[in-house]
Design a protein around this ligand. Structure first.
Ligand SMILES: Nc1ncnc2c1ncn2[C@@H]1O[C@H](COP(=O)(O)OP(=O)(O)OP(=O)(O)O)[C@@H](O)[C@H]1O
Length: 611
């Protein structure tokens, strides 16, 4: 006997050890009575663990017990039981919101269950719970009512969350986040979320790196986890488990959400159902992603909103013979489908930009405020890479617009499959893009190409997007990676929308038209051997001044980034930014102090090389 005797302390220690290794200890039933408490404890623990699943049985047992007591001791109380039942069921049906029953189906279920239990109890009080058919009614009714309870998704999620919370120390240990704690947990419509307090020295990036391991430890499906930083605190992370993909079905576009370009366009919905709103006014945009990932769909949604605005003129460039933008032709003020047209269109856009910049300078204004009489100009370029390949001359104009177009509200929205340096041309276009929308990309490194340096590491996993139309958006108002899906605007929808919006499209304003006329007059007066690109260059020295010091600063940085090993001279930088020597010199000193630029030789500068 003594050979089998294990001290309670040892047993507890063994059980703890087994649990740490993921093994739930099973009670070994022997003739040793000392094990009896362990069996009881284990059963009690199982009952506690599965209390949610066992709730229908608990309720049925309590109802039966109440029936026995009422029938034996207070058989005259049945009217009270009946009235209380009606009142309680009514209160749950109509006021269930107050006890966290947010959906009508849940309130209905609570009311029906209460009515059933109350009616049974009333009958049991009168005739006795053991008298037929009451036992059978309780059994069958209980099982029928238990089914929706067991199947209820949010209840199951809540249970899973509770178990996750209990198991978190082990899970954290396993996935390399030992010492982290769950601060709060919440069940929502699509799954649940946890706020993690990371252990000293752990970062959100550590948690993001462990995502696949965490998915496995939590027992979720692959790709169900989202981890986001909490902006205010570096040692917190929001972990979201998506059990039911809110984007599983396409979300139909329900019509334009805006009437002015000063309002943010509505691209689609985030996973929590909130709309994705992005302001395009005085911002350039880049839309990227592999073929078939939903870029054109995204562009359609943008056009659906923009064409409803009477204070923006839209020009389009589509070198795929107009395949994407032709359906919108009636709403576009201009559409270029050949390289020559594209180059001329962009040269004209530069002329408009210059004309507006001049006007702003004369009036002492800082920015162009769009109105129906003085609309913003947005140029949509579908497949930017083709423009670079087929109309290299046009890229210089695009560059110029990207650098100087914000203040005069002449901006570019470019879509491309892979915005590599080659595809985006040598210039500054990509670095000037303030709004980045990334649909699925094939390779991880493409994430940084579309969304910006370091974004992949920061958790912007566009390569994990798993259906067309799903995207990540980076913009001044969107600085955390949240999955979203664009609305779906099908071909018929595009046609209907274009027809509806076409009659209300605005014209370019008088200032822009005058600038265009002056541009084409100069162009014609010059030798025909000079092309449109030269025309734009001719206009530039007079207007090249960056419209704000902020713009000039961006231009300065991108010029420093795009220079070769030999660096850019002060003269180059003055020409690029159209700012004075003192300004350039002072900015370089500031940037050098911040460690962002280096002097590579006397008077020659470039950005500090990145490792
Ligand atoms: N938001 C969405 N919801 C559901 N399905 C979508 C959505 N966006 C796109 N799709 C589907 O994906 C298909 C491809 O989309 P789309 O043509 O926009 O891709 P793309 O990236 O522009 O491809 P390409 O570069 O070849 O034109 C569409 O035919 C459509 O059926």
């Amino acid at each position: 006997m003594n050979r089998h005797r294990v001290s309670r302390h040892t047993m507890r220690r063994n059980a703890r050890r087994m649990r740490r290794h993921g093994v739930e200890p099973i009670a070994m039933i022997t003739d040793d009575l000392d094990f009896a408490p362990l069996v009881i404890v284990t059963i009690a623990r199982l009952i506690w663990r599965y209390r949610s699943e066992l709730a229908p049985l608990t309720v049925a047992t309590l109802t039966l017990l109440a029936g026995v007591i009422l029938h034996t001791a207070y058989p005259d109380w049945w009217p009270i039981v009946a009235i209380a039942t009606v009142m309680l069921a009514g209160a749950l049906a109509f006021g269930g919101r107050w006890v966290n029953l947010s959906r009508s189906i849940e309130r209905g279920y609570a009311a029906v269950t209460t009515a059933f239990a109350g009616a049974w109890l009333t009958a049991a009080t009168i005739i006795g719970p053991a008298v037929a058919p009451l036992p059978a009614v309780l059994g069958i009714g209980g099982v029928v009512l238990a089914v929706p309870w067991w199947a209820h998704r949010r209840r199951r999620a809540r249970v899973r969350v509770e178990r996750t919370l209990a198991a978190w120390p082990d899970i954290a240990q396993t996935v390399g986040l030992a010492g982290s704690r769950v601060q709060s947990a919440m069940v929502d419509l699509w799954g649940y979320r946890l706020r993690l307090k990371l252990a000293r020295g752990q970062t959100v990036e550590d948690a993001i790196r462990q995502m696949p391991a965490l998915e496995s430890a939590l027992g979720t499906r692959r790709g169900a986890l989202r981890i986001q930083p909490v902006p205010e605190l570096a040692n917190r992370a929001d972990v979201r488990v998506i059990e039911k993909d809110p984007h599983a079905d396409a979300i139909t576009w329900s019509g334009p959400a805006i009437t002015s370009v000063t309002q943010p366009v509505k691209l689609g919905l985030f996973e929590d159902g909130s709309p994705v709103r992005v302001l395009l006014l005085r911002r350039h945009g880049l839309v990227g992603g592999v073929a078939g990932a939903g870029k054109s769909g995204g562009v359609n949604v943008i056009l659906g909103d923009l064409t409803a605005c009477s204070d923006v003129v839209i020009w389009g460039i589509d070198l795929k013979r107009g395949m994407e933008l032709l359906p919108w032709a009636s709403c576009l003020d201009r559409l270029a489908t050949t390289p020559q047209e594209a180059e001329a269109l962009l040269a004209d856009a530069v002329a408009v930009l210059d004309g507006r910049a001049d006007h702003l300078a004369r009036q002492g204004l800082r920015v162009w405020e769009p109105t129906p009489d003085a609309p913003a100009l947005i140029i949509l370029i579908d497949e930017y890479a083709e423009l670079v390949e087929e109309a290299p001359g046009a890229v210089r104009h695009a560059d110029s617009i990207a650098r100087r177009g914000r203040a005069p509200a002449v901006t570019i929205v470019a879509a491309t499959q892979r915005p590599s340096q080659r595809a985006m041309g040598k210039g500054a276009v990509r670095s000037q893009m303030d709004v980045r929308v990334s649909f699925r990309v094939r390779e991880q490194r493409d994430v940084d190409l579309i969304l910006g340096q370091g974004m992949l590491k920061a958790g912007w996993h566009a390569h994990r997007l798993d259906a067309p139309g799903k995207f990540l958006v980076s913009a001044p108002e969107h600085d955390v990676p949240r999955r979203a899906r664009t609305y779906l605007l099908d071909d018929a929808g595009v046609q209907r929308t274009a027809e509806r919006h076409a009659p209300h499209r605005p014209q370019l304003d008088a200032i822009s038209v005058a600038a265009l006329e002056a541009h084409s007059a100069t162009h014609e007066a010059l030798d025909g051997s000079q092309d449109g690109a030269d025309g734009a260059l001719r206009g530039s020295p007079r207007h090249a001044r960056s419209d704000t010091s902020e713009d000039a600063e961006r231009t300065l940085l991108s010029a420093l980034e795009n220079t070769d090993e030999a660096g850019a001279s002060i003269g180059d930088l003055m020409r690029e930014t159209a700012m004075g020597r003192t300004w350039v010199y002072q900015r370089l000193q500031d940037l050098a102090r911040a460690g962002r630029v280096t002097q590579v030789a006397r008077g020659r500068w470039r950005v500090t090389s990145r490792s």
